[in-house]
Design a binder for this molecule. Structure first.
Ligand SMILES: CC(=O)SCCNC(=O)CCNC(=O)[C@H](O)C(C)(C)COP(=O)(O)OP(=O)(O)OC[C@H]1O[C@@H](n2cnc3c(N)ncnc32)[C@H](O)[C@@H]1OP(=O)(O)O
Ligand SMILES: O=CC(=O)O
Ligand SMILES: [Mg+2]
Length: 529
């Protein structure tokens, strides 16, 4: 099947059944319009990221910006939040697979963040099929018959929020004027054309999560895209609402500025903890004194994570915005009640800390966690939809506290092997089309896997990258462990004989031991799918 494309646009992906309903002339016209208007700015901002990396590599350290001090000092608030987004105590997240979409909407969570990003392999099928699933879900026609079970939406469903891809990711199956386009613009524009008016008619609206933003200028780009899209679709300005994930160390220094840029379109900020840890490792990767301990030791109570979480909360409530908590990677553990209870207790502690601090809600990875997360928020919020009125002016976070990277120890052989094992397992699964998997009883997605692979790279280079028993982590040590961990992955992974795991081990070795650092693991991986 072929479809009509606007002048100057080529689509190289297959047109599977149903894709013509997504790739309509109106939707593709908006993709082309936004691409022509904003692709040069996306490229400029990506080039600015490269400049910033060079400065950090040379030893510069981030600080709050002098040129935007007036915004931080100013007395302003974001525009009022629509009713449909007032209550977000528990948000479930997950990839756009049909069954998961239905289950997430029905999960009992207040909101559902459907994910074209961290938890999804962005292959052509997943991205376009995901749009089809959402179109049908918004119209409540989505159904599925699978393994003897019938799936359909309940009467009461979660409020939909969509996470398009970050600025770094292209959509290579769509070319405009001969060049690949932005994955984020593609995901956003298709969703807007098909669903914005339908959602408004049903009492909600087009709501988004914006990932991996590194500066307020990157937020401004999204804001300008929103303004043009609203004009093109005849929607009042301010209809779109977006929650920005503060999940890079640089964005942590620009939280007020990000809210300010999006003030007519803002629905708050979210503490995306996993990419945040990854970003810290990545930005200080060449600092021989930088070192973080084994991955499980780097938690929300580590000094730099605590400073970040409290600053986000204070900033949001000061500006009348919701502060959304991130995700504990714990998931229900089948067939082991004791381990399961420990995991559930971990989620409870995480949500209780966020709620008590003043957060308005938080994320869960699995429907089995909705009720217990809800219980922890309701204990604090009672019958209030949020606690934006709770000001945390007692919190004073300095640049030094955001950069107080501890714990540095222990680093163990088990921790190193764990990172290698998770990295290979996750990359192999991603290559076969599944971007979110349970590994060793934890949720693993692109953000958590980034921590694993970047820690290995960094431990090889840091003077503090020394195992508890005194051995320095070296490239040769990692190379020797890779085949051993690959053998374990082949046994543990549900489809372990899939050749993608062998390829994953090769890519992991290249990424962990090469002199250069791949900015995102999904960039080399995307060239393989
Ligand atoms: C760092 C970040 O960006 S966090 C945000 C991105 N990460 C996520 O969104 C996590 C999404 N979660 C998941 O993909 C899954 O829960 C996993 C991979 C972690 C675990 O998957 P599994 O072990 O297969 O889950 P499990 O077998 O327990 O699933 C039981 C049921 O719950 C459903 N389910 C599990 N997680 C979800 C979810 N997040 N949304 C909707 N349904 C879900 C399954 O589809 C299954 O349904 P069924 O009984 O109708 O068949
Ligand atoms: O996107 C969320 C994160 O923790 O990363
Ligand atoms: Mg993330």
């Amino acid at each position: 099947m072929s479809i009509a494309t606007p002048a100057g646009m080529d689509i190289t992906g297959d047109i599977a059944p149903g894709f013509d309903q997504v790739l309509t002339p109106e939707a593709l016209a908006l993709v082309a319009k936004l691409t022509r208007a904003f692709e040069p700015r996306r490229q400029e901002l990506l080039a600015k990221r490269v400049e910033k990396v060079a400065q950090l590599d040379a030893g510069e350290r981030p600080d709050f910006l002098a040129e935007t001090a007036h915004i931080r000092a100013g007395d302003w608030k974001i525009a009022p939040i629509p009713q449909a987004l007032a209550c977000r105590r528990v948000e479930i997240t997950g990839p756009t697979d049909r069954k998961m979409v239905i289950n997430a909407f029905n999960s009992g969570a207040d909101a559902y963040m459907t994910d074209f990003e961290d938890s999804q392999t962005p292959n052509w099928h997943n991205q376009v099929d995901g749009q089809l699933n959402l179109m049908q879900a918004v119209r409540r026609t989505i159904t599925l018959e699978q393994k003897g079970k019938s799936y359909k939406l309940n009467d009461k469903i979660a409020t939909l929020i969509v996470r398009p891809r970050g600025w770094h990711l292209d959509e290579k199956h769509v070319l405009v004027d001969g060049k690949r386009i932005s994955g984020g613009i593609f995901d956003f524009a298709l969703f807007m054309v098909h669903n914005a008016k339908e959602l408004l008619a049903r009492g909600a609206g087009p709501y988004f999560y914006l990932p991996k933003i590194e500066s307020h200028l990157e937020a401004r780009l999204w804001n300008d895209i929103f303004v043009m899209a609203q004009d093109e679709l005849g929607l009042p300005q301010g209809t779109i609402k977006a929650t920005v994930l503060i999940e890079t160390i640089l964005a942590a220094f620009e939280m007020d500025e990000i809210l300010y840029e999006l003030r007519e379109h803002s629905a708050g900020l979210n503490a995306g903890r996993w990419d945040y840890i990854f970003s810290c490792i990545k930005k200080f990767k060449l600092d021989k004194d930088f070192c973080l301990a084994d991955r499980p030791k780097v938690t929300m109570t580590a000094p730099f994570m605590r400073a970040y979480a409290l600053l986000l909360l204070k900033t949001c409530h000061h500006r009348g915005a919701q502060a959304m908590g991130g995700m504990a990677a714990l998931i229900p553990i089948k067939n082991d009640p004791e381990k399961n209870e420990i995991a559930m207790a971990g989620v409870r502690v995480d949500k209780a800390r966020d709620a008590t601090d003043g957060y308005d809600g938080g994320w869960v990875a699995h429907p089995g966690l909705v009720e217990l997360a809800m219980t922890e928020f309701v204990k604090v919020l009672a019958d209030k939809p949020n606690q934006v009125e709770k000001q945390r002016m007692d919190v004073n976070v300095t640049a030094a506290q955001l950069l107080d990277f501890k714990p540095e120890a222990p680093i163990t052989e088990a921790g190193l092997r764990y990172n290698i094992n998770v990295g290979i397992h996750y990359l192999g699964s991603w290559l076969s089309g599944n971007g979110c998997v349970p590994i060793h009883n934890l949720m693993e997605d692109a953000a958590t896997a980034e921590i694993s692979r970047s820690q290995v790279w960094q431990w090889i280079r840091s003077s503090k990258g020394v195992l508890e028993d005194g051995r320095k982590v070296t490239a040769d040590m990692v190379r020797a462990m890779i085949p051993q961990e690959l053998a374990k992955v082949k046994v543990d992974a549900p489809n372990g004989d899939n050749p993608t795991y062998v390829r994953a081990a090769q890519i992991f070795e290249e990424m962990a031991t090469s002199d250069s650092f791949a900015e995102f693991l999904t960039l080399p991986l995307y060239e393989e799918i």
